[in-house]
Design a protein around this ligand. Structure first.
Ligand code: CDP
Ligand code: MG
Length: 494
């Protein structure tokens, strides 16, 4: 493993007294010889293996094992719950991440003389069969997303399984405690034994903004241990990732900029070129995938966002994990936590929803001590992002690739001819919905937003702005704004 941020610490073998022999064997089998700094910190600096803690370490530095090892070891020290009961509950934001954590857990416990089952619970899968497996098995460890867990905790039989709980881990803790998930997390915490029963709380993330301190109380008791491997004065992103931005004058040129950028980056690093391109919305990402599949047939392309079935999301996740090269067009469903080995480049098109989201997306590259690069493609109104985030070391992209993007217009137009009209209409609507949230920052009013969206439609080769249902316009708060075409696409199509 290369240097970078992952200055490897002591070998695991030095923990022979602390960690069970079978766990050490599991780690050896996984190819883990040295602890990462966060793993060493948690395993050697926590007052006890069952102490409450808030842990911050950069993306890709092994936080998963840093919470799995102490919690599993704690169970092995005489705390294994009775058969059928959950001992460790790990909560995380997405299905893909839940599967990834469960897989790592199975590898860590693989050499235990008695199998320790790790179950998952997340939406998008058959509730009944999943529940049957959970109730019929011995889910000593459960990795869950909040929605589905909250749902199944409605059943008394399920609630009973938590009465011996020893640890609750929030991975991506700042995300788990933000407003989006808070209602579900609170509901879950009300239906498992109260914190005063003595279970351990653990919160992990690469980003822990100050506002998190007010809400961690629900899982951590005062006096909890704070551990961090990040110097408060250093940039919050991984140090060995040069970061760049490209600003183009119009929304139309973002497509050409992406087209040129991918090829220029590939030319610089042709060997095992593996990249993730983030877009802002699921339908926007679907559109990028459709377009770039046409424009860049020389690359293997993948798409991953919430508008796909869970089966295809899981399949693509595994394919891209295993792929030596290729380009993944993704939304924020894989913006946090996902470990796609050897991604060398992350591109972000459009405005990230927050500074934290930017940091996590960049964190899909340069994992486990490897190198990586990150580039943002913004159009003029979005360029403020770079200025308001002075702690991020983002520099102008070095190569002069935007001087004459118009020469690529025919290529982009050609590419869009092969894209389904419905995909364009969905992307148009998603564009309006997403950017509506950022009007002030984008220095736009509603009318300006619609004009911008209509330029986006024109760039996609739509002869007119796609139709939007009256109801949707109302929901977006754009009623009466000039430039929108109101009507039903379904009627038009038939
Ligand atoms: O959660 P975080 O982003 O900090 O990283 P992770 O997903 O837990 O781990 C990143 C990568 O480091 C994974 O591919 C691990 O298999 C690998 N790794 C590790 O976690 N621990 C080691 N001692 C060595 C490698
Ligand atoms: Mg992680």
């Amino acid at each position: 493993m290369a240097g970078g941020d992952l200055k490897l610490a002591r070998p695991y073998a030095t923990l022979a007294g602390t960690l069970d022999k079978a766990l050490l064997e599991g780690l050896t089998k996984m190819g883990f010889e040295y602890m990462t700094p966060v793993q060493q910190k948690v395993l050697t600096e926590l007052p006890t293996l069952s102490s409450d803690c808030l842990v911050q370490a950069k993306t890709g530095t092994g936080k998963t094992a840093a919470f799995l090892l102490p919690t599993i070891q704690n169970l092995l020290q005489g705390n294994i719950p009775p058969r059928g009961k959950v001992g460790i509950l790990v909560l995380c934001p997405t299905r893909e991440l839940a599967l990834q954590i469960a897989k790592e857990c199975d590898q860590i416990t693989a050499c235990l003389p008695r199998k320790m089952e790790c179950h998952t619970a997340f939406g998008g899968t058959a509730r009944a069969s999943n529940l049957k497996k959970f109730l019929g098995g011995s889910p000593t460890i459960l990795v869950a997303t909040p929605g589905r867990l909250d749902d199944i905790l409605g059943e008394k039989e399920v609630r009973d399984r938590f009465d011996s709980i020893k640890t609750v881990v929030l991975d991506e803790a700042d995300r788990m405690l933000d407003q989006g998930f808070a209602p579900q997390i609170n509901s879950i915490l009300k239906r498992i034994p109260p914190k005063s029963d003595g279970w351990q709380g653990m919160c992990f993330s690469a980003t822990l903004p100050d506002r998190v301190n007010d809400v961690v109380k629900c899982v951590l008791f005062p006096g909890y241990t704070s551990l961090s491997t990040i110097d408060p004065n250093e940039a919050p992103t991984v140090a060995n990732v040069p970061q760049f931005s490209i600003t183009v004058p119009s929304i139309k040129q973002t497509f050409a900029a992406l087209y040129v950028l991918i090829q220029s980056e590939h030319k610089q690093n042709p060997k095992d070129f593996k990249a993730v391109v983030f877009g802002t919305t699921a339908n926007g990402v679907g559109l990028l995938y459709d377009l770039f599949q046409n424009l860049l047939p020389q690359f293997k392309t993948f798409e991953l966002h919430s508008r796909l079935s869970q089966t295809s999301r899981t399949k693509t996740t595994n394919q891209f994990k295993d792929a030596a090269s290729g380009i993944l067009f993704a939304s924020d469903v894989v913006g946090r936590g996902m470990d796609f080995p050897n991604v060398g480049l992350v591109i972000q098109l459009g405005l990230p929803s927050s500074t934290e989201q930017y940091i996590h997306r960049v964190g899909r590259t340069a994992r486990a001590g490897k190198d990586g690069r990150a580039v943002m493609v913004l159009f003029e109104n979005e360029a403020f992002f770079v200025n308001v985030n002075k702690t991020l070391p983002i520099k102008p992209y070095p190569a002069e690739i935007i001087s004459d993007l118009t020469q690529y217009n025919p290529t982009i137009e050609q590419g869009f001819m092969g894209v389904d009209e419905e995909a364009k209409a969905k992307a148009y609507q998603a564009f309006l919905g997403y950017n509506k949230t950022y009007l002030k920052k984008l220095r736009l009013d509603a009318k300006g937003l619609v004009q911008l969206a209509n330029q986006y439609a024109e760039a996609m080769g739509c002869p007119e702005p796609p139709l939007i249902e009256k109801r949707t316009v109302g929901k977006m708060g754009l009623k009466g704004v000039p430039g929108l075409r109101i009507g039903s696409r379904r009627e038009e199509a038939s």
